[in-house]
Ligand binder design. Structure first.
Ligand code: 5AD
Ligand code: SF4
Length: 469
């Protein structure tokens, strides 16, 4: 099955069923004696999908390889959000081609968001027929069958479903961390912001059942997990597709009542962020005071062209309400510069909002036209040089406020979940504060997995250093 862009744009009225994952016993030995390597691009949703893929492969007998060079099966779990993510993957596909020439018996494939794109699959059929398999975001649970076909076929096995299917529960998972876990609460997105490819690559919004989510969180807690991050493309819209009388705030409250120590959620859209939700976040100490609230642009004209459904005024109102209601909250954002037609005035409106909100941090991007999205067809006459200059000016401001936000932590004692050995200094541990600040801590390895109080004694723009208080 090949992906189809025109179909991906549509929303079906198909009822979403909930089914249980099951592997056919015939596939359990397919990978015995073989190793796999998965390279993951993109967001947390992809990272979590890779955790599912790893576990499925291990059910089939594969073992994880230490590197790509010696793996028997190599999968690229791809991201389609911007051109540079796309280019990185095609660069890697070029590398895979060489590896396949040297070791013809290896199995190579791509999955994830790019696999859902008609243009990408056409390019693969055109130039990269050496790949053994291509599957999408909607049929990860069918990997055993797909891989079986790929192994026994000479040609590239392409198995991409354009239209999302049912929700599959109980897909096995091999989590990267023993302390913090990703928990899907919904799939897909129906917002259709004009620049964004996600509604096409991830399908229509489908919320997981309340009870299934709570069961998963409880089991994580019982297994010693300290933190869960509730995942969705637009988590605030949780439940809206179920026509039931509960929503994201009810879910957050129920997750808080499980008593798990730390709860986070990504990503929020300002549109569905209710007062009830803000109050719940403020009320429960195990819901972390950290909110990612994408702004995208500070210009009302551009926000309208982006189809964002809010104005700078309503965004600022929401921002203030969150700051007032949630003690000590850190807020981060996403901003796109160089959207088609963005004038210097529009850009200055964005800088003005950044000046007002003084974000703890921001992810900033140059607009990247994505095939099939409305914005890709809009007249874009801003030169790359101007876009780069705007990005640079924006980053200077963002970095200034990020550093200022961190400075407030100097000398303070804050809770940190120690997650791993610091990448920069092997004798230190690294972890995050409740407000999602990265801290390198002088502490013994035995403290991994604990939430400890840390005294901050140095701050930089992107991280801090501290010692056990
Ligand atoms: N071009 C640039 N940035 C984009 N994003 C999403 N689509 C595009 C695009 N076409 C950014 C948005 C979003 C983040 C995940 O990526 O800021 O919030
Ligand atoms: Fe990238 Fe979006 Fe897919 Fe995540 S959901 S991998 S950000 S395109």
């Amino acid at each position: 099955m090949l992906p189809c862009l025109n179909e991906a744009k549509k929303r079906t009225k198909n009822k979403v069923m909930v089914k249980k994952y099951k592997i056919d016993d015939n596939f359990r030995k397919l990978g015995l004696g073989k190793t796999y390597f998965i390279k993951t691009y993109g967001c947390q949703m992809n990272v979590h999908d890779s955790e599912n893929i790893k576990a499925i492969l291990e059910e089939m007998g594969f073992k994880e390889s230490s590197g790509m060079e010696n793996a028997d099966l190599i999968l690229l779990n791809t991201c389609a959000i911007r051109e540079n993510a796309h280019n990185k993957v095609f660069g890697m596909i070029g590398r895979l081609k060489h590896m396949k020439e040297e070791r013809p018996n290896i199995i190579t494939g791509i999955c994830g968001c790019m696999a859902q794109e008609e243009v990408v699959v056409n390019e693969i059929l055109d130039k990269y027929r050496f790949l053994d398999l291509v599957f999408g975001t909607h049929n990860i649970h069918e990997l055993p069958e797909i891989l079986n076909k790929a192994i026994h076929n000479d040609k590239t096995e392409i198995d991409v479903k354009t239209i999302e299917g049912d929700i599959i529960e109980e897909i096995p998972v091999k989590r990267d961390s023993k302390y913090k876990a990703w928990v899907n609460i919904m799939y897909g997105c129906d917002k259709f912001c004009t620049y964004c490819i996600v509604p096409y690559t991830r399908g229509k919004q489908r919320s997981r059942r309340f009870g299934d989510i709570i069961k998963e969180v409880e089991s994580l807690k019982d297994n010693g997990y300290k933190e869960v991050t509730l995942l969705g493309q637009n988590v605030n819209a949780y439940g809206k597709d179920l026509e039931l009388d509960y929503d994201m705030s009810d879910l957050l409250e129920a997750v808080a009542k499980t008593g798990i120590e730390r709860i986070r959620f990504v990503t929020s859209h300002p549109w569905d962020f209710t007062d009830k939700m803000i109050n719940i976040i403020g009320k429960y100490s195990n819901i972390m005071p950290y909110i990612h609230l994408p702004l995208q642009s500070g210009s009302d004209r551009i926000l309208k062209l982006m189809g964002r459904r809010y104005t700078k005024e309503s965004y600022l109102n929401l921002f203030d309400k969150i700051k007032k209601t949630v003690p000590n909250v850190a807020i981060t954002t996403d901003i796109i510069v160089g959207f088609p037609g963005e004038t210097e005035e529009d850009f200055k409106d964005t800088l003005e909002i950044v000046d007002k909100c003084k974000y703890d941090s921001a992810f900033t991007f140059i607009f990247s036209p994505r095939e099939g999205t409305p914005a890709a067809k809009m007249k874009d006459d801003i030169s790359l040089k101007v876009k780069e200059d705007r990005l640079h000016r924006l980053n200077e401001l963002v970095n200034k406020y990020a550093y200022e936000a961190n400075l407030k932590y100097l000398g303070k004692v804050v809770p940190v979940l120690l997650e791993n050995v610091s990448e920069k200094n092997g004798s230190m541990l690294a972890g995050y504060t409740d407000t999602m600040k990265l801290v390198n801590v002088k502490a013994p390895k035995e403290m991994l997995g604990q939430i400890v109080l840390v005294k901050i004694n140095d701050v930089k723009t992107w991280s801090m250093d501290g010692e056990i208080a």
